[in-house]
Design a protein around this ligand. Structure first.
Ligand SMILES: Nc1nc2c(ncn2[C@@H]2O[C@H](COP(=O)(O)OP(=O)(O)O)[C@@H](O)[C@H]2O)c(=O)[nH]1
Ligand SMILES: [Mg+2]
Length: 234
């Protein structure tokens, strides 16, 4: 490890985040107006580890060394802290939700499962009215795969905010990590100049404050019905 950055230290609004439910199909999702921020990425990219560090909980999302085949959308509620409740929405007990979408990118997965993944994740990203932004998690050593680009394309088509986490930054030297960051940032500018990117390491515990700030900002955004569905594609 060559990074000299110290672990993040701001107060964490996500520390009380708790599991709500798992959905295998879109109709099983709650029909309400709670703002959601979703995480997606290639299996093994470090999505569960990122969620756990962001929420400062060891086991909120399970971390595994073997790719799972269960395709579930996992939802987590973020309770409003006593301080935040008076400020923003005193009547609300939930600040928002974090959503863990099933991972992608394993060639040996049967076609049927890949098709189901497309319906589930594609349907969620394209149509979920609660959704305010998508965090696309990428291993810093293998960024911007075809499916990553497809994710960003879905966001762009809907006018949805997207933020990229380049995870496992501890696996690269500082200079190499910075080069990848700049390269991905330049590629993003071609897709949508509002999209953002950062480096992150669950192992070194760096980058969590930066993504927490983005998530907090998204979850405070009002819901915009006009941005949902194919009619809003341009
Ligand atoms: N070196 C390093 N390994 C990581 C990091 N984040 C996750 N991993 C490892 O990568 C593997 C997959 O992580 P996981 O969070 O389960 O990925 P997911 O499949 O995207 O949810 C596990 O062995 C983790 O320990 C990181 O920041 N640095
Ligand atoms: Mg995982």
């Amino acid at each position: 490890m060559t990074s000299t950055a110290s672990p993040d230290q701001l107060p964490n609004p996500f520390a009380q985040t708790r599991f709500l439910l798992s959905a295998a199909r879109l109709p099983q999702l709650p029909q309400d107006h709670v703002a959601e921020a979703a995480f997606v990425g290639r299996s093994n990219a470090g999505k569960s580890s990122a969620l756990n560090l962001i929420c400062q909980q060891k086991q909120l999302a399970r971390v595994s060394k073997t790719p799972g085949r269960t395709q579930l959308i996992n939802l987590f509620d973020i309770p409003v802290s006593a301080a935040a409740a008076t400020e923003a929405a005193p009547q609300a007990s939930i600040l928002g939700r974090l959503v863990d979408l099933p991972g992608y990118g394993f060639a040996q997965v049967p076609l049927e499962i890949r098709r189901n993944w497309g319906l589930l994740v594609g349907g969620f990203v394209e149509k979920r009215i609660n959704l305010r932004g998508l965090v696309v998690v990428m291993d810093i050593r293998h960024p911007m795969t075809d499916l990553d680009l497809q994710m960003l394309g879905w966001c762009e088509a809907r006018g949805l905010a997207a933020h990229i986490l380049l995870t496992k930054a501890d696996k690269l030297g500082h200079g190499a990590a910075k080069n990848t960051l700049l390269k991905v940032r330049a590629e993003l500018r071609e897709i949508d100049p509002d999209m953002t990117v950062q480096t992150f390491s669950a192992h070194a515990q760096t980058g969590a404050d930066e993504v927490r700030t983005i998530l907090s900002d998204w979850l405070r955004r009002p819901h915009d019905e006009s941005s949902v569905g194919p009619a809003a594609a341009d």
